[in-house]
Design a protein around this ligand. Structure first.
Ligand code: DAH
Length: 356
């Protein structure tokens, strides 16, 4: 290699070694390989040489170009890696740092109640299942054995959306029960799920909101009985309200999707609102043994599998547990209310003792 080429090589290598960021690196690259770069100029000069020298010098220049291209590329890779390392070091997260107690960040009572419900049923082997807020008629009603003439289907109660291509109107789900259908259709039993989520009905007053929250429960297994349903719900209610001897009453009722169906009441004092004593009864959730037709609609053989289901209003249990008198402020984002009824984000969800 001629002195000129050797010098170009060592100068370029020195310049590459000196750059510390990609901008400076690019300037070096352009100064050598760019349109007006030093190596490009040498290559352009080849044309003026006689054929013999041109061949020789051309070969040397091509080699040099390969070497420099490689060196320049290697420097880019090294610079990028160094930049990434620097960023990773600067943005390092220290998970051992305790969180700062924040006086303004609080958990909303609905979220808190849903977390507590999930923790308690989680301890009993239930997992959380979810479904969309917009449902089709079949999952919200039909598969659940709710007949065509049932009042819940009337526009008065249900928010309908514009009809799709099939002429059917999707609905804002009126309960979390369609997720029972989704769960049964998605995997074979045994099943144990709870479904906390938003639900919608055309209703608005001090105790009803057009959007509210429910938590559904579904257990499917061989040989499940009413006894399992009762034990499960009694354990849950006593643990959730933190009252070990909370009176619980099962009252025969009717739901299209369960047979037999039961309303569940807890003991309280109607005058003072105190739970657990007082001789009055307060309805708290609906439940029952999953109707054989519902199992069959969802592809489960009712001769082999039995199940129980239940549904409760999350706002309702949160109001009772925390002595919240009115439903409306739940959705008003009034900070005074939230500061009063919210829970510190740092307080872990307590896993109460389930059962005696
Ligand atoms: N879906 C009912 C409602 O919204 C609540 C309910 C009752 C759910 C009984 C159930 C059940 O799963 O078994 O009023």
């Amino acid at each position: 290699m001629s002195d000129e080429l050797t010098r170009l090589k060592s100068e370029t290598e020195a310049a590459l070694a000196a750059v510390s960021d990609l901008k400076a690196w690019d300037a070096v690259r352009v100064s050598v390989l760019g349109r007006n770069g030093s190596l490009t100029a040498l290559l352009k000069g080849l044309g003026a040489l006689d054929p013999v020298s041109r061949r020789e010098r051309g070969a040397a220049l091509n080699r040099l170009r390969d070497e420099l291209t490689q060196a320049i590329e290697a420097r880019r890779v090294a610079l990028e890696a160094a930049e990434l390392d620097a960023r990773l070091a600067a943005e390092r997260l220290d998970p051992s740092l305790p969180p700062l107690p924040s006086p303004s960040g609080l958990i909303h009572p609905i979220s808190r109640a849903a977390e507590e419900i999930a923790a308690l049923f989680g301890a009993m082997g239930f997992r959380i299942a979810e479904g969309p807020d917009i449902e089709d008629d079949w999952r919200n009603f039909g598969a659940l054995n709710i007949p065509a003439h049932h009042s819940a289907r009337e526009d008065m109660d249900t928010f309908y959306l514009a009809a799709g291509a099939d002429g059917r109107r999707p609905v804002l789900r009126t309960h979390t029960s369609p997720v029972q259908v989704r769960t049964m259709l998605s995997a074979p039993p045994p099943i144990r799920v709870i479904v906390p989520g938003r639900t919608y009905r055309a209703d608005h007053d001090a105790t009803h909101s057009p959007m509210f929250h429910q938590c559904e429960g579904l257990a499917i297994d061989r040989g499940l009985t009413l006894g399992h349903l009762k034990g499960c719900l009694i354990d849950f209610l006593r643990a959730y309200f933190g009252i070990g001897d909370l009176p619980v009453r099962f009252r025969s009722s009717y739901f299209p999707f369960t047979e037999p169906s039961m309303e569940v009441d807890i003991g309280w004092n109607r005058k003072t609102g105190e739970l657990g004593r007082g001789g009055d009864w307060l309805e708290i959730l609906g439940s029952g043994m999953v109707h054989p037709k519902v199992l069959a609609n969802c592809g489960i053989d009712p001769r082999e599998w039995q199940g129980f289901a239940f549904g409760m209003g999350i706002e309702r249990v949160a109001m009772l547990k925390n002595g919240i008198p009115d439903l409306r402020p739940f959705y008003e984002s009034d900070l005074r209310w939230l500061r009063h009824y919210g829970t510190s984000a740092l307080l872990p969800t307590m896993l109460h003792e389930v059962g005696a």
